[in-house]
Design a protein around this ligand. Structure first.
Ligand code: SF4
Length: 223
């Protein structure tokens, strides 16, 4: 992953990290994904579809899809072409449809039609990498995992919360450095902060609630 404008710095001290998460929690006590889902299976499908797509676009498509097929068996019954008809507004829908069909077959054949609560079983599913497995483990099963996407990668490096040149390095640093009490919800807070405040091209530093705690040296100046 390209660190872009991120500035690599030493991880910050424990007290600052705690204060950052206290502020994020105070602003949003129960953060969650912006993907709409009702079951672990719907979440898994939505996350597979969300690669290089917006949550809003995915939600529009899954609202149509889940109304007619919300289990692996039902999606297999639709078939790949039937599935594509529901998700063709989403980027890379052809390959995503293929992966979802293969994933549904494995879920039915090997997991009784259920999403496995197990990292290696999740990562063995087509279209499911470490990040998707982390989202499912965290959001569907309540595990304190850290799904490092482009937003978390940027926010962690910029602020100094956790530095790393790869998503895996940032994930491991965050797991080491985020205080335990905040670990389960940390990835949602950091994604939302990156999506809406600490944006890629021009972070909104003048209005950022973390500005006095953030170690980024190239903060956007006040207007
Ligand atoms: S002060 Fe700026 S760089 Fe730091 S977290 Fe806030 S928006 Fe991001």
């Amino acid at each position: 992953m390209d660190p872009g404008s991120c500035y690599f710095i030493q991880p910050m001290n424990k007290e600052k990290r705690r204060r950052i998460f206290e502020r994020l929690r105070a602003a949003n006590p129960t953060p969650t994904t912006e993907l709409v889902y009702r079951t672990p299976f719907e979440l898994l499908v939505a996350v597979i579809l969300s690669a290089q797509a917006t949550d809003k676009g995915v939600n529009k498509a899954t609202a149509r899809l889940f109304a007619v097929a919300d289990t692996p068996e039902a999606i297999l019954a639709l078939g790949e072409e039937g599935l594509k008809a529901h998700i063709r507004t989403i980027g890379l829908f052809n390959s995503k449809a293929g992966n979802i069909i293969k994933t549904c077959s494995i879920l039915v054949a090997e997991h009784g039609g259920q999403v496995p609560h197990d990292r290696s079983a999740l990562e063995a599913l087509p279209g499911v990498g470490r990040k998707t497995a982390n989202v499912v483990l965290n959001t569907a099963f309540g595990e304190p995992t850290m799904a490092v996407d482009t937003h978390i990668f940027r926010v962690a490096n910029r602020t100094g919360l956790a530095s790393g040149k790869t998503p895996l390095a940032v994930e491991q640093a965050l797991l080491r450095h985020v205080p335990k009490a905040f670990l389960k919800d940390a990835h949602h807070w950091l994604i939302l902060h990156g999506r809406y405040v600490c944006t890629a091209r021009k972070p909104r530093c003048p209005e950022c609630p973390l500005a006095d705690l953030c170690d980024y040296r190239d903060k956007t100046p006040p207007p």
